[in-house]
Write a protein that binds this ligand. Structure first.
Ligand SMILES: Cc1cc2nc3c(=O)[nH]c(=O)nc-3n(C[C@H](O)[C@H](O)[C@H](O)COP(=O)(O)O)c2cc1C
Length: 87
């Protein structure tokens, strides 16, 4: 029997990650540099207070963006075989 799909907290977390990635891509398309920071996960009370968020909200991340002063440092691309399993 096929397992019935039901949202749970992991699904919500994945949804936030997808939205965050889209935001990063949108900033990139506009010529901005952006970074995702998970720091708000560690200080949720502070973030809720500073941003006046409802108590029921759990801050998941912070996206910072700005115009880069220069290009990115050259770096070795990851070797796909080390991070991807093909089946
Ligand atoms: C899910 C996720 C959470 C992250 N959280 C933090 C964070 O809380 N603080 C931080 O300094 N960098 C964090 N990073 C790393 C930055 O977003 C960024 O990828 C990193 O600074 C890249 O630097 P680089 O381009 O110089 O390698 C996180 C990255 C990911 C993917």
């Amino acid at each position: 029997m096929q397992a019935r799909w039901r949202p749970n907290s992991s699904v919500f977390t994945q949804s936030v990650a997808c939205a965050g990635e889209n935001l990063l891509l949108a900033f990139h398309a506009l010529g901005l540099g952006a970074r995702w920071l998970a720091d708000p996960l560690y200080v949720p009370d502070v973030v809720r207070r500073v941003l006046s968020l409802p108590k029921s909200w759990l801050p998941q991340g912070l996206v910072i963006a700005g115009y880069p002063g220069g290009g990115p440092r050259p770096r070795q691309p990851a070797r796909l075989a080390e991070i991807v399993l093909e089946r």
